[in-house]
Write a protein that binds this ligand. Structure first.
Ligand code: GTP
Ligand code: MG
Length: 173
């Protein structure tokens, strides 16, 4: 079993390609109110969770809610791919502004499995090349997360490790 130590007040960034199981993981381990999902925020601002033209507005709103929650001392999980340095930098910034520790949880599954899962979903329409690019971004992310300011970087490799993961909350004081 992998035990993920997470401060009881943290900003948790899930990191993984589409189909890696981020939303499933978030649902399993956190209360719905703790999870801010980019899909949900796209739907909130544009009535369509796949409308990529709404991404900038969706993330503005997501960051605003994350900031509000952290100010109120609430653990917050960001369910988005978080594969791009600029996306993660925004989260680290929000966490730092509120003296909260940013934590990354990386879900790394074989690309073929992620594709198999994604291909079967009516609400995911991008091609194989897009997933391959995400996978490259993920590889690149490994060396960067700690340097970017994530205080803990938990990496779950493969379905079994992801399934077996348990979260243990660390008391802050
Ligand atoms: P995006 O939102 O596209 O970035 O994907 P995601 O990383 O949130 O993946 P999601 O949790 O939606 O999982 C994708 C598909 O894989 C879903 O249909 C899930 O039911 C399935 N899935 C996710 N995790 C598991 C798992 O641990 N076991 C099995 N059997 N299926 C899983
Ligand atoms: Mg998802």
């Amino acid at each position: 079993m992998s035990t993920l130590d997470i401060p009881e007040l943290a900003l948790v960034a899930l990191v993984g390609v589409s189909g890696s199981g981020k939303s499933t993981f978030a649902h399993r381990h956190f209360a719905p109110s703790q999870v801010l999902s980019s899909d949900t925020f796209r739907a909130m601002v544009a009535d369509d969770e796949n409308d990529q033209s709404a991404s900038a507005d969706a993330f503005d709103a997501l960051h605003h809610v994350a900031a509000t929650r952290l100010r109120r001392g609430r653990l917050t999980v960001v369910d988005a791919t978080n594969l791009q340095p600029h996306a993660r930098a925004a989260l680290v910034r929000v966490a730092r502004e509120h003296d909260v520790l940013p934590v990354a949880v990386v879900l790394d599954v074989p690309e073929a499995l992620a594709w198999e899962r994604t291909e079967g979903r009516a609400d995911r329409t991008f091609g194989r090349q897009v997933l391959a690019r995400m996978q490259r971004d993920l590889r690149r992310s490994y060396g960067q997360l700690a340097r970017e300011g994530f205080r803990k970087v938990h990496v779950l490799r493969g379905v079994e490790e992801i399934d077996a993961a348990e979260i243990r909350y660390e008391k802050l004081f």
